[in-house]
Design a binder for this molecule. Sequence first.
Ligand code: G6P
Length: 480
Amino acid sequence: MQKKLFIISNRLPLTVEQTENGTTIRQSSGGLISAITAYLGSGGADTFNETIWAGVTDCSEKVWNSANNLQEKMDYTYMPVFMNSKTYQSYYNGFSNSLLWPLFHYFPSFAEYNSNYFDAYINANKIFAELLAKHIKKDDVVWVHDYHLLPLAGMLRKKFPTITIGFFLHIPFPSYELFRVIPKQWQREILSGMLGADLIGFHTLDYASHFLSSVEKVYKVERDGQYLSWENRQIKADAFPISVDYQQFNDAYDEVDNSQVKNDYLELKGDKQMIFSVDRLDYTKGLQSRLKGFKKFLVQNPEYIGKVVFVLVIVPSRDSIKKYVERKRMLDEYIGSMNSTMGNINWQPIIYHYNHLSFEELVALYTVCDLALITPLRDGMNLVSKEFVASRKDKKGVLILSEMAGAARELTEALLINPNDTTEIADMIKTGLEMGVEEQEERMIAMQKRVSRYDVNSWAADFFGQLKHVKGLQLQFEIK
Ligand code: G6P
């Protein structure tokens, strides 16, 4: 039997940009892209006859068709989804990122309720469904990802009543008290859409429980543990904490050692201690309280002036949304003011880079720094923390991690902080910078054990294993 795997996400893993010098192609960023590319890249889905990744591209159909070599050396086939820019703006910038994203990350005051956004969201999902319907066969396996595509599984289920569909949410699912602030009709369409899947995965058990209780309350359906009965199907909602390709990051430690990039960073560091963080630009990432915490640390511990440097990398993201543009301006001002008032001619407390990093640069920074400072106000998982742990083959380095990140459930040996408490951040920076090598190693080894045991391949295998089980074991595909 020819069985295909369809991975469906809002964005394809590559961004094609038309510049003055022609077309450039780079990998898209974000947790979803890192995890799925790592899983497919390691041959995880090789037991399927073919893997197809469907998603929107940032470019027009014409630019896409003119870009050469897109498919070269890929483990999967791209299926680009095109829609007009008005629909895309309202679906992506509007409903997805100006309602679902802030609300699901506990920023209800940022949420915009606009019925045009909702209509575009449904339309965009229909465009995905119609394109996919032309290619899917009844024995194929469909894996839908994330908050942009909550209604899609329901739409596909109507077209293919018996097909196997998995859905995974890469962001938190909020408690019912928050979910209920969405207009009722939208609540119903979101939940029934998700219930089109056979298995619905979340990063943590809390998120799965919030989802199940929202279904119970909105649809008055009773759950049986993690199961629900819906339109004559048994559906399961469970936790699958997403992870990284542990081996890839661990091996990269040796690969970047002695590289030009790493040597440059070592030179930049000199005899100072280095703090490092990398995030997409987002108000959920707690960048401002991170900077305030760092400033407090320097004020309270002036002996560190000139002895520590904070390399802060922010990856551009969603820069046509007002809240993101504002955040960027606030950060630029705050960093400028901190550098000019606290720094001197020979030293600046913050080295600020607003751009994308290559894999080599990323690993070099993970391995050169003394401390990774990760302080989101809310984060579904946070893969940066796991990447940092995986890349420290030398077992050194300290992780300061927000207890509001899903990863804090697993990385319990990190120095856990409340991201709203800038005094705690300041104190933990001091503790981290002064931690002895033995304690660093003990903590790092414990975290590495956990991340290596449940890496991105275990995550996907676990998901497919349960999908097979929920489907009544009639599926023939093998799990690696
Ligand atoms: C988060 C979301 C992903 C998204 C990523 C990047 O990780 O869960 O779905 O792809 O952010 O966001 P962007 O809006 O740039 O695709």
